[in-house]
Design a protein around this ligand. Structure first.
Ligand SMILES: [Zn+2]
Length: 228
């Protein structure tokens, strides 16, 4: 198994990642708003013979992680991969306002529920591949493994390829040394998912917001939690 090329894209307010193995390219998350032209330009630069995105992995059904999906669907036939528990929200274009985990984000969540009536809308789409616990796929000569990581949302997933884990909003790494997300519907589940991520022995973890970080930082932050 060879290495992979990773290109981080900051799309609006969230991270998306292009991952290439050989000439095959996958996208992890699709940002805020339709930025499909830029994504395709970057993919084209990443490999020598770009023939369209093979997969788009959606880590969870939040409006700021799905913005370019419809635009990208029009320009090729990428398979959209998500967890089965996010499928209905993806079809209907519903992004439920998540619960806050600290005082400030609890106020933001409360305000969001008042303004958006508990749901922020986006243009829905039909996912192609759904799974429950684990899903294995191929990208070039590399294996991609998706696994269920609930907590931020019920159907949040992580995607592992060549030791790298793309974790969506299970982590926010906006401040040095801090990876706890300001929003999560179930904090106990979230910590269980953090353990799952650590058990995968990742070399690098890429969050939905902020900079990538090491398994060492995750181990340290989990150690600060006495009971899970
Ligand atoms: Zn989110």
């Amino acid at each position: 198994m060879g290495g992979v090329k990773i290109k981080s894209l900051f799309l609006g307010n969230s991270n998306a990642f292009l991952v290439a193995s050989g000439d095959e390219v996958a996208l992890i998350d699709a940002g805020l708003g339709n930025r499909s032209k830029r994504i395709l330009e970057e993919a084209n630069r990443l490999v020598s013979n770009f023939a369209g995105l093979k997969y788009i992995f959606i880590t969870h059904a939040h409006y700021d992680h799905v913005g370019s999906v419809n635009g990208l669907k029009e320009s090729g036939q990428p398979k959209i991969v998500a967890h089965e528990k996010e499928a209905e929200n993806l079809r209907q274009g519903k992004s439920p306002v998540p619960a806050g985990t600290i005082w400030l984000s609890k106020q933001i969540s409360w305000l969001g529920c008042m303004i958006f009536h508990h749901c922020i809308r986006f243009k829905g789409f039909e996912p192609d591949l759904l799974f429950s616990q684990r899903l294995k796929l191929k990208l070039g000569e590399n294996e991609i493994e998706c696994f269920h990581c609930p907590g931020h949302t019920e159907g949040s997933i992580c995607i592992k390829i060549a030791g790298n884990i793309f974790a969506g909003d299970s982590f926010f790494h906006l401040l040095p040394g801090r990876i706890f997300p300001p929003f999560a519907n179930d904090v106990k589940e979230l910590y269980r998912s953090w353990q799952k991520v650590l058990q995968e022995r990742p070399t690098r973890i890429f969050p939905g917001h902020g900079k990538p970080f090491s398994a060492g930082l995750l181990r340290h932050c989990l150690g600060l939690r006495k009971t899970i």
